[in-house]
Design a protein around this ligand. Structure first.
Ligand code: PLP
Length: 368
């Protein structure tokens, strides 16, 4: 190859590399700009906010609960399995969302949408959600949530006090004590119920003398050490299906979840409950917990928590109250009486996203 030709090839290559690099720098610039906090009134973010606010207004002001499209036809819009190669700009992505997702979403805040536990949210929740997203705190550690960690502890102490109403001294001692746990915020009522029963299992089959505890040995060895023939959880037949999942995960299987018939008021039948407890004791089955339902998911009926507390106490068994649905009654002077007996629970599940009027993301379990 002639020298001049070689030079030409080389310079062509350089040109290509330069173009490629320039392109990469442009993309990098573009990406970096997405992370810059908005300054001034016409920043990208302000424009994006206006666009999404308009979409929100349109969505919330519609009184129809749903669009006319059939679900089968809608599903046809979502059959891709490959991540798009080309990035979309914000405008076209928002348009896509509006046409395909938002416009066919259920209007849970419509006055025509009734009889469901998911409802309209008060407007301040949306503004606070924006703030939460902007701050992006991770409460896993103080390093990522310096103020939020103690703030969360305080909120848990307030919820604990609503349920248990212990002394001032108790809360002074425990509210910010990192050796104490007044409650845990988890991703949902299902997780809260599972964790509550997990704690009940591990506490009742704990390490003792030469035995290392169920969390180390597993269920079979624990039951063997304590001399039981098996283990169960007992509650109403109207218990939420999260208890089936819990029973499976705890190693007792769904057959280990004893479902007791209810009376005409959808409350657990107390004499059948007493009988089931006696049967399990007679068969030498370990009762991990007795569950009281404070608001069944379908009808909202509340079990007689005081009576169940007595039954659990007499049997020396962990008493868990699933107040995922009815828990927010605790905030009401007028209605909190309906939860009487909840203060005797060893653990309580409360959802924030049902009558708690929060978004479907954070709920809690509270334990003594
Ligand atoms: C909704 C509900 C649950 C489960 O809560 P998720 O937050 O949906 O996981 C558990 N128990 C009862 C009584 C409920 O109504």
């Amino acid at each position: 190859m002639a020298l001049s030709q070689k030079r030409q090839e080389k310079s062509k290559l350089n040109h290509l590399i330069e173009t490629e690099l320039t392109h990469q720098y442009l993309v990098a610039d573009e990406v970096m700009r997405l992370f810059q906090p908005s300054r001034g009134s016409v920043s990208t973010e302000v424009k994006m906010n206006v666009q999404t606010d308009n979409l929100v207004d349109d969505f919330l002001s519609s009184i129809n609960t749903s669009s006319d499209i059939t679900f089968n036809a809608l599903v046809e819009n979502f059959t891709d399995s490959e991540v798009p190669i080309n990035p979309a700009n914000f405008d076209s992505y928002l348009e896509y969302l509006a046409n395909n997702v938002v416009n066919h979403s259920i209007h849970t805040s419509s006055p025509r949408f009734i009889g469901h536990m998911t409802s309209a949210l008060p407007c301040f929740v949306r503004s606070l959600a924006k703030l939460m997203t902007a701050m992006n705190q991770n409460v896993v550690k103080i390093e990522t949530a310096k103020a939020f960690s103690p703030y969360e502890r305080q909120a848990l102490a307030m919820m604990h006090r609503l349920v248990y109403d212990f002394s001032d001294e108790f809360y002074t001692q425990h509210v910010q004590n990192n050796q104490s746990t007044l409650g845990i915020l988890v991703s949902g009522g299902t997780a809260a119920n599972i964790i509550a029963l997990w704690c009940a299992r591990n506490k009742s089959l704990c390490a003792k003398n030469s035995f290392a505890g169920v969390e180390k040995t597993g269920l079979a060895a624990a039951l063997d050490y304590y001399g039981y023939q098996g283990a169960v959880v007992i509650g109403s037949e109207l218990m939420h299906y999260s208890f089936d999942k819990a029973a499976d995960l705890l190693g007792i299987g769904t057959h280990g979840l004893r479902k007791i018939p209810t009376n005409g008021n959808n409350q657990v039948d107390l004499s059948a409950l007493r009988q089931a407890v006696a049967d399990c004791q007679a068969k030498n089955l370990h009762i991990i917990a007795i569950v009281g339902v404070a608001g069944t998911t379908d009808s909202g009926n509340i079990d007689s928590l005081l009576d169940i507390a007595d039954i659990a106490q007499a049997a020396n068994v962990h008493f868990h109250v699933d107040a995922a649905w009815g828990g927010p009654l605790i905030f009401s002077e007028q209605h909190r009486q309906k939860l009487v007996g909840i203060e005797r629970a060893d653990s309580v599940t409360i959802d924030g996203h049902k009558p708690g009027f929060l978004t479907s993301s954070k709920k809690s379990i509270y334990m003594t």
